[in-house]
Design a protein around this ligand. Structure first.
Ligand SMILES: [Fe+2]
Ligand SMILES: [Fe+2]
Length: 349
């Protein structure tokens, strides 16, 4: 979107001139400092403090449990494979959207610093699902084609990415029009709010329910790290959307707000259809109704953060999920190892 701009100039960047998008020639997109958006820089620091690698997690017990004929019922195997199949390509779709569409449009250096960190985390998540699929000897063709072959997964991905190709085809001037900017914001909602903030959670809650029974501990440990990363991604994305709206209030029309509300409500329906296909009869304390209630509860939280009216009024049927998201210092939930992973320096959680 913005060319890597620099040239001879006697003018230095002033913090007040910086914007999230559509920066003019008074702002050099190669200069991180002076930092204007401290929240973006802090998200970058938080992401770095959470570094982890999939291969550090042992999959031995998962392999033993998966090989045991009596380890899982057919329905349990079905839902685990569906969750892996969804994530196997969803993480790549997110990474591509981020690097090819979002990064071009957001030309503020602080935000780009976080986007680069997030892009690396998406690569780690792709690696995690490849590692799980390989460790359990799941059929790679089945897992990595599921987004093309299972209608409910295809519909979710299509819905979230419905604006991505328009953003990819944009010219720099398009982002200066109200319609162009609305298309870009809708793509951000599809990525950060719908994919990372709604569609991922059906899979998170399902797998972590197995983890609570000490089943698939290695897979679930990785899901916990991914959940922690994703909750930072989504929080960054919502800050980003709100900051763009604040700087460009002309985009936030009643009509556009209604479109965003409908976009999110349709996503809740699609997640419901996916869960129904995954868990037609329910398993281990999980069923379609409970997960639907949870997804509706999450959607209301997302509406609230986007300063939109809440719609569902559902309560949280899985309070333990909040505990996992907030789990910082305690010994591992699944009794394998300490779940906080911090490199060198320390973050005060
Ligand atoms: Fe991810
Ligand atoms: Fe993510």
């Amino acid at each position: 979107m913005t060319e890597p701009c620099f040239g001879m100039s006697k003018h230095r960047v002033t913090v007040d001139n910086k914007r999230i998008i559509n920066n003019d020639r008074t702002v050099d997109c190669n200069q991180l400092v002076p930092i204007k958006y401290k929240w973006a820089w802090n998200f970058y620091l938080d992401g770095c403090a959470n570094h982890w690698m999939p291969t550090e997690v042992s999959m031995q017990r998962d392999i033993e449990q998966w090989r045991d004929r009596n380890g899982f019922t057919d329905e349990e195997r079905h839902v685990i494979k569906r969750v892996m199949g969804f994530f196997a390509t969803a993480e790549t779709l997110v990474g591509n959207n981020l690097v090819l569409a979002v990064y071009r449009c957001v030309d503020n250096p602080e935000c780009r610093q976080y986007l680069l960190r997030q892009a690396f985390e998406e690569a780690i998540h792709v690696h995690a699902f490849q590692y799980i699929v390989q460790s359990l000897s799941l059929d790679e063709g089945e897992m990595f084609n599921m987004y093309r072959e299972v209608e409910q997964i295809y519909n979710k991905d299509q819905h979230a990415m419905s604006c991505t190709s328009s953003v990819l085809e944009m010219n720099p001037s398009d982002l200066k029009t109200r319609e162009g900017l609305q298309t870009f914001i809708k793509n951000l909602v599809g990525l950060y709010v719908i994919t990372e903030g709604i569609f991922f959670y059906g899979g998170f809650v399902t797998m972590l329910s197995f983890g609570r029974q000490n089943r698939m501990p290695g897979t679930c440990e990785q899901i916990q790290y991914i959940l922690r990363d994703e909750s930072i991604h989504m929080n960054f994305g919502i800050e980003l959307i709100n900051a763009i709206v604040d700087e460009n209030p002309q985009v936030w029309t009643e009509d556009f707000k209604n479109k965003i509300i409908e976009f999110i409500k349709s996503a809740v329906k699609l997640e419901g259809a996916y869960i129904k296909e995954c868990l037609p009869n329910g398993i281990l304390g999980l069923n379609v109704e409970l997960i639907t209630e949870y997804i509706q509860y999450l959607a209301d939280r997302r509406f609230e953060r986007l300063r939109l009216p809440q719609f569902y009024g559902s309560s949280n049927p899985f309070p333990w999920m909040s505990e996992i998201i907030d789990l910082k210092k305690e010994k591992n939930f699944f009794e394998t190892r300490v779940t906080e992973y911090q490199t060198g320096g320390a973050l005060e959680w």
